[in-house]
Design a binder for this molecule. Structure first.
Ligand code: DC
Length: 210
């Protein structure tokens, strides 16, 4: 596995990790996997099909991740629930490890990338922001998409999901001891990208190719 070319990004929802992962992938010319989509896809299907979540996880295909409904908060909650099942996590391991082992290197974002999926990643970032800043971002995003919600509800649902993700026994969401902590509470996407890039450059990670 080309661990020296992997950028692992973890953190809670609306911390800015997804946007950051996409920008870093584009900057370094690396493929990107949003691993939250895997759990969302399993949770979404489990609520519709009468099949055990672990079985759905074992049969997951890359094309299953294209479903636009996976972007909703309901899919996020469903994903968080199945993510606590050890067999689901085990059955999604190969998919993620295979993606991370591409010769080009890769950027993966999620909750356990630096701790479980790619413990040897060259770069590990843990992106956080205050619950208020995250809820405010999420609220604005939902309103822009036309969702009918109120800020206290967004904050409460986020707290519930954070608790489930960080208190579960199987691969709880936490920073790897060697991760660079990036608090984006007072940063916009450009500032977060600049801070991450400065750290990555200090670590000697460069774009590959000509
Ligand atoms: O990052 P996200 O909101 O799309 O993730 C959806 C849920 O999936 C999240 O609440 C926890 C779970 N998840 C996980 O347990 N491990 C990952 N690597 C990514 C997501």
């Amino acid at each position: 596995m080309s661990a020296s070319r992997v950028i692992a990004i973890d953190g809670p929802s609306a911390s800015g990790k997804g946007t950051l992962a996409k920008r870093l992938a584009a900057h370094f010319g690396l493929p990107h996997l949003d691993t939250g989509l895997l759990y969302r896809a399993v949770g979404w299907s489990a609520e519709r099909a009468r099949r055990p979540p672990a079985e759905i996880a074992a049969a997951l295909q890359a094309s299953d991740l294209d479903n636009p409904e996976l972007r909703t908060d309901q899919a996020g909650q469903a994903g968080s629930k199945v993510a606590a099942i050890p067999e689901v996590r085990a059955n999604l391991l190969n998919f993620q490890k295979k993606f991370a082992s591409q010769a080009s290197g890769a950027v993966l974002d999620g909750r356990d990338i630096g701790t479980v999926i790619c413990p040897d990643a060259a770069i590990k970032l843990f992106v956080t922001a205050s619950p208020e800043a995250r809820a405010e971002r999420r609220y604005r995003e939902l309103r822009e998409r036309g969702a009918d919600t109120i800020k206290p509800r967004v904050l409460a649902e986020m707290a519930e999901r954070d608790r489930r993700d960080s208190e579960r026994a199987a691969a709880p969401s936490k920073a790897a001891p060697d991760a660079y902590l990036l608090d984006t509470s007072d940063m916009d996407a450009d500032a977060a990208f600049a801070a991450a890039l400065a750290f990555i450059t200090r670590k000697g990670f460069r774009s590959s190719g000509p």
